[in-house]
Write a protein that binds this ligand. Structure first.
Ligand SMILES: *Cc1c(COP(=O)(O)O)cnc(C)c1O
Length: 384
């Protein structure tokens, strides 16, 4: 195979691709209009996201972390949850997922993962107690795992479903964009996610009432945003009320400008990610020293990650680094963090995975030749 010269750029885990001229044109509109804040492009992005996903509502926010917090907060208020109530979640995730539960004084209860590295329905059933109020499902790397089973469990046990879709922009299940069947779905448009901005996200409530409510919560509890007041005919547009101690979580027009351009290319970019992934899969699936994560029938993954598992993970990572390949790890078992130490030992499969996982470089500027070089290098290392 072709050798990469040392002079070539290293192959990094994530490199976002921005269509610079198109981004600048969108941002220019904001600057010329003198409107960089809430409203204008944020409204356009919400409308385009609804059209793209076919979800009933969408509110553009400053991060998925904020969105997950408000998902918990609003469901807690509307259902009357109390401190100490439980949400079943995963130990194998970015800490945002579980912090969102803690912010509201609720207890995350970890259930173990399945072969897709997503919550295992059987483990979830066993984790249900009289205090369980919701399930927080993370679509790992864009994979839907056994999401349909989880939706059934929520229906059977009258639990809310919060979908942490930070990796899932563009993931489809049985032909539909993910989010159907969840009470609330939260997407991330953070700098290295599939639809990158700098920091932004989208919160999509199923309920129209909660969608209306969340727009106040992201703007300090103010019940009428500045933009609506500016464009309305109302002579007394400076009058507004503050209904609750809300947060400053809304998104802005500069981020929305980047998101609008990213959305135009999301399907094309995700298809390129799946090409890289299938090159990896075809080259790596034969190795007895590696395990891959499969994608269930009906799922067209956004392919945010391509994860493999191997023994001696840290050493394999070092050797890949020596070949100018810089992969990542998603994620450390959250129970190994001091903040979640009380949950240690609850998820043996997630724990073992977290010691063996590697996320291979995967981004849209990679060529299939780059992917072959990464796969060949990995094979040489693990077969040695
Ligand atoms: C990135 C990420 C988040 C947080 O997203 P931000 O937009 O950076 O707040 C939450 N959950 C998962 C699984 C993530 O990967």
């Amino acid at each position: 195979m072709a050798r990469r010269s040392k002079l070539l750029d290293p192959i990094n885990l994530f490199v976002p691709k921005f269509r610079v001229e198109e981004c600048l044109a969108e941002i220019r509109e904001c600057l010329e209009a003198g409107w960089t804040g809430l409203g204008f492009k944020t409204v356009q992005m919400e409308q385009k996201w609804i059209a793209y996903t076919d979800l009933p509502h969408a509110h553009f926010i400053n991060s998925a972390t904020s969105g997950l917090h408000l998902a918990v907060r609003l469901l807690k208020d509307v259902d009357g949850w109390t401190e100490g109530d439980e949400i079943i979640s995963t130990a194998l995730t970015f800490v945002s997922t579980n912090h969102a539960i803690k912010y509201e004084g609720l207890n995350p209860v970890f259930a173990d993962v399945d072969e897709y590295l997503c919550l295992d329905p059987e483990a979830v059933r066993l984790a249900i107690t009289p205090r369980t109020r919701a399930i927080m499902f993370v679509g790992m790397g864009g994979n839907t795992g056994q999401l349909s089973e989880i939706i059934k469990i929520c229906q059977e046990h009258d639990l809310r479903l919060i979908l942490d879709a930070a990796h899932m922009a563009g993931t489809r299940l049985d032909g539909q964009h993910v989010g159907q069947g969840a009470d609330v779905t939260v997407f991330s448009f953070q700098a290295v996610k599939n639809l990158p901005t700098a920091d932004a996200g989208m919160i999509c409530f199923e309920s129209a009432t909660l969608d209306e409510e969340v727009r106040k919560w992201t703007w300090l509890g103010i019940n009428k945003d500045t933009y609506t007041r500016t464009v309305s005919e109302n002579r007394y547009r400076w009058h507004y009320d503050v209904e609750n101690v809300g947060y400053k979580y809304h998104g802005n027009s500069v981020m929305a400008a980047l998101a609008l351009v990213g959305l135009r290319y999301l399907d094309e970019d995700n298809a390129q990610r799946r090409n890289i992934a299938s090159r990896y899969r075809s080259m790596l699936s034969k190795s007895a020293n590696l395990s891959l994560v499969s994608i269930p029938e009906g799922c067209v993954s956004s392919q945010h990650l391509f994860q493999i598992m191997t023994d001696n993970r840290d050493e394999v990572m070092d050797q890949l680094n020596q070949r100018d390949i810089f992969p990542g790890v998603h994620y450390k078992d959250n129970a190994s963090y001091r903040m979640y130490a009380d949950l240690q030992g609850s998820c043996p499969r997630a724990h073992r995975a977290s010691e063996r996982l590697i996320s291979l470089p995967l981004h849209v500027s990679m060529t299939e030749q780059d992917a072959s070089y990464v796969a060949q290098s990995l094979l040489e290392i693990v077969e040695a």
